[in-house]
Design a binder for this molecule. Structure first.
Ligand code: 3BY
Ligand code: FES
Ligand code: FE
Length: 423
């Protein structure tokens, strides 16, 4: 009689050889998926939107995160508030996922009506002793950093979000990212596990072979290079890269544009992030095909086009902020093999399409890159679900952040009671 041994989530994580990929069950199993959502999307800080999602008072953006859902609301004082998307009467969802504009938030079921400040304003049939003051919408822990809206659904959110704020707020400040508009947004449902989406995003080993549009403006050296057998030509390119990088960092620094790399990725941190101001190749201005700005109306009061690419990674997002536009992507897991990737292209709030920018120039690099990455994630998910899959070895040069993500994943499971980290 054959006996099937079902390994626990923790055993699967512990079975990963250091420097190697995760076992396929960590990508494919429903129970692992559900635990991942609970820990990495309901107990950690995650990116769920940008301030331009709700530009005017009364604007609402409802975002589903697994079984949870939140409302991002612009109130009458133009502040952003976030609530659980749950009616305080008998629990009906107030809004379907997506954007809308309201005067008040009215539940469809028995018409309990909430102000934009979350207070319950009307509820009929409840009698004179009913205390509406205790029935406000449930607020959600929220931090706005630049334009990024981070939330945490846990009652005790990790405190180390403070470090991300401290590092990123001054980097974003010169761009005045709250005075922006969404020029374009796109959603892709990728046919792969969320961890494969993030692993793919943590390395540029694949860039030269798969991202012709991105590599026009990208310098893969920023993601590590392989020192083995460098040809004379590669060595010259690398030296030129170092020289250009040093010159740019110095000139940005003189004007107060912070650019050094900050990494808060280690096992000890709950809110992992990495940032750096990267040099743009070619004409040096923006992540476009011709490496010049796509929007001639620069963010804020910026005078310089060549401010590089301020890059931010978190465990559910990646961001590129250039002088003229920003591209912000975040992920929400939908199923073991389905991950929603939402991308928003921001420009100055006063930029006018057709005058200051052409939408195709603005979006073509990341529309193409996201589609290419979706394909890579899908083929990898399928391969890892093949019974013949054996996890392979990471490059010690260009996949160090994939290894790092795998270790952080184990340590966070461990921190939440899943014995996953190696001693
Ligand atoms: O640029 C990014 O966000 C990721 C990292 C390297 C490749 N890639 C598309
Ligand atoms: Fe919302 Fe009854 S459930 S009003
Ligand atoms: Fe990629």
């Amino acid at each position: 009689m054959s006996e099937t041994l079902i390994r626990t989530h923790g055993e699967l994580v512990r079975s990963r050889r250091p420097g190697h990929g995760m076992p396929g069950e960590l990508f494919g199993r429903q129970d692992v998926f559900e635990k991942d959502v609970e820990i990495f999307f309901h107990k950690h800080w995650i990116l769920v939107g940008v301030t331009a999602d709700v530009p005017e008072p009364g604007d609402v953006s409802a975002v589903d995160i697994g079984s949870a859902s939140i409302l991002i609301v612009r109130d009458d004082d133009e502040n952003i508030r976030t609530y659980r998307n749950i009616c305080r009467h008998r629990g009906a969802r107030l809004k379907e996922a997506g954007k809308s504009t309201v005067g008040m938030l009215v539940c469809r079921y028995h018409q309990w009506t909430y102000g934009l400040d979350g207070s319950l304003r009307h509820a009929t049939h409840m009698g004179k002793d009913f205390d509406a003051a205790c029935r406000s919408l449930i607020p959600v822990h929220t931090r706005i950093v630049g334009t990024h809206i981070f939330i945490c659904l846990d009652d005790n959110p990790p405190k180390d979000i403070a470090r991300l704020e401290e590092v990123m707020a001054p980097r974003f400040a010169p761009y005045d990212l709250q005075y922006t508009k969404i020029a374009h947004e796109a959603e892709i449902i990728e046919n792969g596990n969320w961890k494969l989406v993030i692993e793919n995003n943590r390395e540029c080993y694949h860039c030269a072979g798969t991202h012709p549009e991105l590599t026009a403006s990208f310098l893969p050296e920023d993601f590590g290079f392989c020192p083995d057998n460098l040809s004379e030509e590669s060595q010259r390119a690398l030296d030129a890269y170092h020289a250009r990088n040093a010159a740019c960092q110095e000139s940005w620094g003189r004007e107060g544009f912070v650019g050094d790399a900050v990494e808060c990725l280690d096992e000890g941190v709950a809110t992992q992030f990495r940032t750096q101001r990267l040099v743009i190749a070619g004409n040096g201005e923006s992540q476009t095909l011709n490496t010049k700005v796509a929007s001639t109306k620069l963010f804020g009061n910026l005078q310089r086009r060549d401010l590089g690419d301020t890059h931010l990674w978190t465990h559910n997002s990646w961001t590129h902020v250039m002088s003229d536009h920003a591209v912000i992507s975040y992920i929400i897991p939908l199923a073991p093999d389905k991950t929603l990737v939402r991308t928003k292209w921001l420009v100055h709030a006063d930029a006018v399409e057709g005058i200051d920018y052409r939408l195709s120039d603005l979006t073509e690099v990341w529309v193409a890159t996201n589609a290419q990455d979706a394909d890579l994630v899908a083929i990898t998910h399928r391969g890892t679900q093949d019974p013949g899959y054996i996890p392979g070895q990471f490059s010690p040069f260009t996949e160090t952040y994939v290894e790092q993500f795998s270790r952080w994943y184990a340590s966070r499971l461990n921190a939440h009671g899943i014995c996953a980290a190696l001693p």
